[in-house]
Ligand binder design. Structure first.
Ligand SMILES: NC(=O)c1ccc[n+]([C@@H]2O[C@H](COP(=O)([O-])OP(=O)(O)OC[C@H]3O[C@@H](n4cnc5c(N)ncnc54)[C@H](OP(=O)(O)O)[C@@H]3O)[C@@H](O)[C@H]2O)c1
Length: 309
């Protein structure tokens, strides 16, 4: 009988996929949740709920107590200032590390970083993810930690990529940067399987690990458009978006963010990330330490992703 696994961010897109997978694999789960609605969402898949968020040291202590490992999926992907991101993506990791370094706590931590952390100069988000990794590197002594650097993750439950896919299904693929830009992708269930593989393995060298769907060299926009064409049976044309227009939109978003009452996705910093020409990663290091290889390529993954065609 597997021991209890603690999880943060269980209500998020990636967290929910991990919860589903681990629950089906027979792991008892304990989740940190911020609302009753979150409890209802996860009811039946999660054994125990701890009320609180990443700023609540007491809640994190309860979350970790008696667990065999912690899977840290909570994070913010939208924000306007560096502080918006650091509060959760850096300080959240630091608090978890502080809790796990106390005697009698689990020493295994898998934390979701991002491939964006490889280019911390590009955006507030990217820098916050890199700083979160640095907390593990500098303060994680005595822990067996793993910081995963996924590229763009997609699949059932995704909200970020689906609007873009909807446009593609209607025949237009907006290209925010250079046409020849390349990027890796990952189907969410393959990420969940990797977490399971990590739990099964007793000891894994602490460190930063990138991962992708098995396509070495990633994809170009034209290659993604061709896959969508095959699925939808219609021509998909690339539509390069003018840099000045995007920049205007991003600046307007930031300016009016306080009026909108919610953090916008497209900000000037996010735009630099989107226009970066190389988001390709590899599976070499992760393949050496875990018995895992991706199973779902982009075409199959897109066919399994509802809500866009
Ligand atoms: N999606 C991607 O393509 C991708 C790629 C690379 C890396 N990542 C990383 O993977 C992680 C999960 O991403 P996602 O796409 O699943 O994000 P998401 O859907 O926005 O989910 C975020 C999760 O974090 C929780 N959360 C946010 N702030 C919190 C706080 N202060 N205390 C406790 N919980 C908090 C949210 O809880 P509530 O439900 O209560 O709001 C939610 O469960 C993030 O760290 C992200 O940086 C994502």
């Amino acid at each position: 009988m597997p021991e209890i696994v603690a999880i943060t961010g269980a209500t998020g897109f990636i967290g929910r996929a991990i919860v589903r997978h681990l629950h089906e694999a027979g792991y008892p789960l304990r989740a940190l949740v911020r609302s009753d609605a979150s409890r209802r969402l996860l009811q039946g898949q999660v054994e125990e709920f701890i009320a609180g968020d990443l700023s609540d040291l007491g809640a994190l202590e309860q979350l970790a107590s008696g667990a065999s490992a912690v899977v840290h999926c909570a994070g913010v992907v939208r924000g306007v200032t560096q502080a918006d991101f650091d509060r959760v993506n850096v300080e959240g990791v630091r608090r978890l590390v502080t809790v796990l370094r106390q005697p009698g706590r689990p020493t295994r931590l898998l934390s979701l970083s991002s491939l964006a952390a490889r280019e911390p100069q590009l955006s507030f988000y990217a820098l916050s993810k890199r700083r979160g990794e640095q907390v593990l590197e500098q303060e994680g002594e005595g822990l067996q930690w793993l910081a995963l650097r996924p590229p763009a993750v997609y699949g059932p439950g995704d909200r970020e990529l689906v609007p873009l896919l909807r446009l593609m299904a209607r025949g237009l693929a907006p290209v925010p940067g250079r046409r020849e830009a390349r990027f890796s992708m990952l189907y969410v269930e393959d990420l969940a399987r990797l977490v399971h593989a990590w739990l099964r393995r007793d000891a894994v060298d602490s460190g930063l690990y990138s991962l992708h769907d098995g396509r070495a060299g990633g994809y170009s926009w034209a290659e993604v458009a061709a896959i969508v064409e095959g699925i939808c049976g219609r021509r998909v044309r690339l539509l390069p978006l003018p840099a000045t227009l995007l920049s205007l939109l991003a600046r307007a978003n930031r300016r009016f963010a306080p009026l909108l009452g919610r953090a916008p996705m497209l900000t000037p910093e996010k735009l630099r990330e989107l226009r970066h020409p190389d988001w390709v990663c590899d599976n070499e290091a992760i393949g050496r330490v875990l018995d895992w290889s991706p199973r779902v390529g982009l075409e199959e993954g897109l066919r399994n992703t509802p809500g866009w065609r």
